[in-house]
Design a protein around this ligand. Structure first.
Ligand SMILES: [Mg+2]
Length: 227
């Protein structure tokens, strides 16, 4: 069996924190800029640096690297209380069962492939106890571009298996068109899952390798657990 690295997106794929991240960023913007700025763009499939850049741009502030760093540092301060305050927190159907099945498989490295800063990803997963399944990942602190952070995750996964990334089967599991595009850019397979805001029909237009309604679909086992 070929060594494999699976990179799971976080928001919309594993869990939903029902807007806690957005609320934390809005607070951080208010705190850093001294005024409230409506953030009217979609965060889905974005990376934390890209989202912070857009927020500053929309506020009429030049998004220098320093300004982005300052905003993200305020965001991390706000995220934990925002996550504690949110009553709604969803782990999507089939997630835990799938991870339990995959975890003992030899020759397989399971990581995150998410636009969240690693600290933000760990905070978001903490509430569900899912962090233990993901000892590594590619994160929004590795790169602003999604394909590059996936590359970093693939490299780390392959290193854990003691092989080169080129010798691994890489599968990205994600809920947005941006996950599909980034997977394709690094030559990975993509299992698109319609648990986020992008309906299955729309995901299919981007020609992911596989597409399912949620992670309980039998196809998920065929793709991830049968080879
Ligand atoms: Mg997502």
């Amino acid at each position: 069996m070929k060594p494999a690295v699976y990179l799971f997106d976080l928001d919309g794929t594993l869990i939903s924190a029902h807007g806690a991240g957005r609320r934390a960023l809005e607070k951080a913007v208010t705190e850093v800029l001294g005024r409230a700025v409506p953030l009217e763009f979609s965060f889905a499939g974005g990376t934390d640096r890209g989202i912070a850049r857009q927020a500053l741009h929309d506020a009429g502030v030049e998004p220098t690297e320093e300004a982005i760093d300052e905003l993200l540092s305020a965001y991390l301060q706000e995220l934990s209380p925002a996550l504690q305050a949110t009553e709604e927190y969803t782990v999507f159907a089939g997630v835990r069962e799938l991870l339990d099945e995959l975890r003992p498989r030899p020759g397989l490295a399971i990581g995150l492939g998410t636009g969240n800063l690693e600290a933000a990803a760990r905070m978001k997963l903490n509430r569900s106890g899912l962090n233990d399944y993901f000892p590594f990942g590619g994160f929004g602190c590795d790169a602003e571009a999604r394909d590059e952070l996936l590359r970093a995750g693939a490299r780390r996964g392959a290193a854990r298996l003691g092989v080169a990334p080129e010798d691994c089967r890489i599968v990205v599991i994600g809920d947005t068109l941006r996950d599909v595009a980034a997977a394709s850019a690094i030559g990975a397979e993509c299992l698109a899952v319609a648990t986020g805001f992008t309906p299955r029909d729309e995901l299919l237009t981007s020609a992911p390798t596989y597409c399912v309604a949620d992670l309980t679909a039998p196809l998920v086992r065929d793709v991830l657990n049968q080879r």
